[in-house]
Design a protein around this ligand. Sequence first.
Ligand code: F6P
Length: 512
Amino acid sequence: MTTTQQDRYDHGYDFVVVANRLAVDRVTDEDGTIGWRRSPGGLVTALAPVMAESDGAWVGWHGAADEQLEPFDHADMHLVPVPLSGQEVEDYYEGFSNATLWPLYHDVIARPEFHRHWFEAYRRVNRRFAEAAAGVAAEAATVWVQDYQLQLVPQMLRELRPDVTIGFFNHIPFPPPGLFSQLPWRHSVLRGVLGADLIGFQRESDARNFQRVVRHRLGHYIKSDRIHVPAGSRATDEGSPLVGFDADPSRGTAARRLSAPTAEDGEHRVAEARAFPISIDTQKIVELAERPDIIARSQQIRRELGDPETVFLGVDRLDYTKGIRHRMKGYEELLQDGDLSVGQACLVQVASPSREGVESYRVLREEIEGAVGRINGEFDTLAHTAIRYLHHSYPVEEMVALYLAADVMLVTALRDGMNLVAKEYVAARKSGTGVLVLSEFTGAADQMRQALLINPHDVDELKAAMVTAATMDPAEARRRMRSLRRQVVSNNVQRWARDFLGRLAELKVAAR
Ligand code: F6P
């Protein structure tokens, strides 16, 4: 071990990311050797350089149950694996994170399940993550906690390590107060998140929802995105929502504070809650889209599909939030009505496997695959298919080839924190051709106003947008695509990380 490494182990890391998943994936070589590869996702890409520059450590689950791994170094990062038992994977990950919070935060598209033993596991696992982060953070370090699986960590960490500066970013939507308030552990979750100094959301409306529910349920004073949090709030304290403030018990909610707390109200600190819309590694997608082998692959894909006039593309995790069924219904009706025909059009649907241990995901898979079989059975010809359905994950090179092959990208999510596929498609279309059909219920729709924006619940509107996209005048398509690309080129994921961490650093200085 070098002196610098020894020093880090002795004194901790200046920048710590805490996320449900570790920043590396386990890979097995042809000779059976097991190693690690940096995860391809945007978050890791954005934070890797920050980790390399500033003594970074990443705390996360390595993806296997019942396995304890020692911390290790890989690609300029110190990785701290957090173990989960098989039961905790069921209760914390599949249960509370993905069968309670996920549907609740996505407009209850599926019915959220509330089980006390799931929340107990969530609390226990969040404490484990907080303790792991507290154990590796240097004195006065910056710790950035990611996403809905770890909402209790900010406050738990603050209790363990009051010296560190804490950021939290919620990658998924934050629901309106009326929905969030269904959660039996709503006060614990709010207090957990409020342990952060800076709380980031994808959209302005998510930040507003959070502020409204904090004001309504906890009565905290909020001005200009700054929430005044009384000292003494504890992450594990569901109890009374009225800590430190007057309340109106008849309303069953905390009374809204109209003036800033004074010394008489006791000590308080400030947590800032604002929107920081995430983006993609634009440069990487642009470079891949220019690679001759990837361009050739995109041409091959079109040939293999039988050279249709219009290739529609959907790329999603197989998740009920993505509106895959709505998209298929629209497409099926267009074929039935004769507005599209097989051979002339083809829908390529990549549905990458996801959360297969969760019942609602298993049901969805059956429904989607049933629909694909029915539509193809009715409309396929010997030479052409209506829907080319692929239940796989692909490397980014193949994804970019698909983006280049597609005339129309269909993003029909019923609710989505951001939707990075929409941004990747646009980044890949340097030629200016191609049309993006985009659900207004994605975070991306706030920024990508030149897409064909649709309400995916309105099947007629979706169908009309698909026809408009397939027949759009090339000059108009170019004008729209140029404007969309400007947005994605100037707002990449590196800028997102810089903006968030820059603001967190300002708050750190101000708090001194
Ligand atoms: O969108 C939230 C998110 O947690 C992403 O960060 C992640 O890529 C995706 O959902 C899938 O998550 P997982 O496979 O870890 O449940």
